[in-house]
Design a protein around this ligand. Structure first.
Ligand SMILES: [Cu+2]
Length: 122
């Protein structure tokens, strides 16, 4: 009986590990459904929330960045592959228009690459 309990707790630890590494990152995925949907991205504590944003291919997209981090680190957001950059005002929402893009994954980050996210075009 005792060994069964140990095995069960071992399985639970494995399950938790799998969840943490495989499933947990998907918590931040946001699916863009229609053009009318407002995509607001919180810029705070070193992370974009959500940090993975799905948008349809071939359509211009507007993202709304709400910067709540006053440190200079959070001031700019850059989409290097899309040649888009925007300066974010503190405690405000800044609209960032992204051009229509082909399917793929486009990273975005702050100017120091500490904040990091990905735009998933599909
Ligand atoms: Cu930064």
């Amino acid at each position: 009986m005792e060994s069964l309990l140990i095995n069960l707790s071992g399985l639970a630890a494995i399950a938790l590990t799998l969840w943490w590494f495989w499933l947990a990152p998907k918590r931040n995925t946001l699916q863009a459904v229609g053009a009318d949907e407002k995509l607001e991205i919180l810029v705070k504590d070193g992370v974009y929330e959500p940090d993975r944003i799905c948008v349809p291919a071939g359509t211009e997209t507007v993202l709304h960045f709400r910067r709540e981090d006053a440190s200079p680190c959070a001031e700019w957001v850059l989409f290097p592959d899309l040649e888009v950059s925007a300066q974010l005002a503190v405690d405000q929402v800044t609209d960032v228009t992204l051009p229509a893009a082909d399917a793929g994954e486009y990273p975005f980050h702050c100017q120091m690459q500490m904040y990091r996210g990905a735009l998933v075009v599909e």
